[in-house]
Design a protein around this ligand. Structure first.
Ligand code: ADP
Ligand code: MG
Ligand code: ZN
Length: 494
């Protein structure tokens, strides 16, 4: 048997099989019942929320031979042909394709031709925002004097790109994202009827990840199902989708909000070790903070739909710890980090830096206000003193390495000690010294440096070799490094 993607099998075939979009469904079904149809409709909204599905239901309903209560029968040959995209009078045009543009071009002539098989000709024009100006004009002319026997259904994910001249000639329906509950329920239904044992945690994770789109939810289920078979746990979903689990994120953000830097760094490292991607962590953290902000600003009702029960419990505890403006700032930092992570080396470093930065944002305000400037000055050495401390330590490391292996020393000489924090020691290289940096990252060089560093500091430090000056982003990193390392350099003096 040919394999059919779940989302295709589960395309709603009648108005009453559509999940959500109640107003749209009710209005259209009534229009069919009373025969008060418009010549043109515009369906706009996020992908996978039912635009194409409802367009086809409407196309069937206006052509079906046995409509009951505004619903198509799905049995008659007309309905069946439309379901199989085999009906001459229902014309689907993908505006994003070349063929689509051609089809619009001679639309004006073609719409005059009476329906061949059915009662109404229905043009479904998908991704209509992709039309060229020329094609829009052709479409507009047709919409200005539509023949009685034609209905246009335009669909788009980007309503703001549709010219006002077109908008004003259509009846507009906004499709909303589906709620977490709606998606979960459908997932359960699909799982049940396919003999898939879908753990609740798994279902929640998929639903949440789908971000309001039913197609994505079903595709994700398909994906996990094809890897993991008929029993699906939350862990399975996380491993297949590379998701960071909710508890982890809640703990991480807790540590950020309560300013527990060691915990933040520890959790990040743990996640990386477990194979999570830095970019993914940043994205999930942004989502989480966004939720927290909405909760803080708009109250629980807004959350109801998107956040799971466990998630809500955490958010409830956390929301009083923060101000919306700090959350906003944190979001900006994370979004910036997300952009940079796409292109950078030194992912771990960048990840840690961004979380340090947002942790600093949430430093307890009292402490920030009351802490006398002297305290800071006492802890962080003056720049010159700091520089000397760094240089002294660096010379010790170099000397130690030279004793063990001269070639390693030669490589290391081109680097520069930036500082240490937590369990990491950072050594920077200018862009031209890529070769040196890469050799040092390999064993035995890395082991030799680690050994010497351990002797000097009396503990194991994870050595991070990073680029210094290849572009602006590294500048930023180094600046931040210097800001953040201030206090720790005292610690590494001996
Ligand atoms: N509102 C909905 N109710 C039930 N299933 C939906 C809904 N929206 C989308 N789907 C599922 O997603 C698939 C794609 O939906 P589609 O109508 O093509 O979305 P759109 O055109 O908005 O991108 C459908 O086949 C169906 O499985
Ligand atoms: Mg579509
Ligand atoms: Zn029918």
């Amino acid at each position: 048997m040919a394999y059919l993607a779940l989302y295709r099998v589960w395309r709603p075939g009648r108005f009453d099989e559509v999940v959500g979009q109640e107003q749209t469904v009710t209005a259209l079904r009534n229009a069919v019942k009373t025969g008060q149809l418009s010549h043109a409709y515009l369906f706009s909204g996020p992908r996978g929320t039912g635009k194409t599905s409802i367009a086809k239901i409407l196309a069937k309903a206006v052509n079906c031979e046995n409509v009951v209560e505004g619903e198509p029968c799905n049995q008659c040959s007309t309905c069946r042909d439309i379901n199989n995209s085999n009906f001459m009078d229902v014309i689907e045009i993908d505006a994003a394709s070349n063929r689509g543009i051609d089809e619009i071009r001679d639309l004006r002539a073609r719409v005059r031709i009476l329906p061949a098989q059915g009662k109404k000709k229905v043009y479904i024009i998908d991704e209509v925002h992709m039309l060229t100006t020329e094609a829009f004009n052709a479409l507009l002319k047709t919409l200005e004097e539509p023949p009685d026997s034609v209905i246009f259904i335009l669909a788009t994910t980007e309503a703001q790109k549709i010219p006002a001249t077109i908008l004003s000639r259509c009846q507009n329906y906004n499709f909303r994202r589906l709620t977490l509950a709606e998606i979960s329920q459908r997932l359960q239904q699909v799982a049940d009827s396919n003999d898939i044992d879908l753990e609740e945690a798994a279902r929640d994770l998929i639903a949440r990840r789908a971000n309001g789109g039913m197609r994505d939810a079903l595709s994700l289920l398909d994906q996990v199902h094809s890897y993991k078979g008929h029993k699906i746990t939350g862990q399975d979903v996380m491993s297949v989708l590379g998701l960071v689990d909710e508890n982890f994120m809640a703990r991480l953000i807790n540590a950020v909000l309560t300013h527990e830097i060691a915990e933040v760094v520890g959790l990040l490292n743990q996640a990386l070790v477990e194979g999570k991607e830095a970019l993914q962590i940043v994205r999930e953290a942004s989502l989480y903070i966004r939720d927290l902000m909405f909760y803080r600003l708009l109250g629980e009702d807004v959350l109801m739909s998107y956040v799971s029960e466990t998630g809500k419990k955490y958010l409830k505890q956390q929301k009083d710890l923060v101000s919306p403006s700090d959350l906003m700032k944190a979001l900006k930092v994370l979004m910036g980090a997300g952009e940079k992570l796409k292109f950078s080396e030194g992912q771990k470093f960048l990840l840690e830096m961004s979380f340090m930065e947002i942790t600093a944002l949430f430093a307890p305000h009292e402490e920030a206000k009351k802490a006398p400037p002297e305290r800071k000055a006492a802890a962080a050495p003056e720049p010159k003193e700091r520089k000397d401390a760094l240089e002294g330590t660096w010379n010790k490391i170099l000397a130690g390495v030279k004793e063990v292996k001269i070639p390693t020393h030669a490589l290391l000489c081109q680097g520069k000690l930036l500082g240490a924090r937590g369990d990491s020691l950072y050594i920077g290289f200018k862009k031209g010294y890529k070769f040196h940096k890469e050799r040092l990252e390999e064993n035995p060089n890395r082991e030799i440096v680690e050994g010497v560093v351990k002797e000097i500091f009396g503990k194991n430090l994870d050595i991070q070799f990073i680029f210094l000056d290849d572009n602006q982003y590294n500048d930023i990193i180094v600046k931040r490094a210097i800001e953040y390392f201030g206090e720790d350099i005292v610690e590494i003096k001996d």
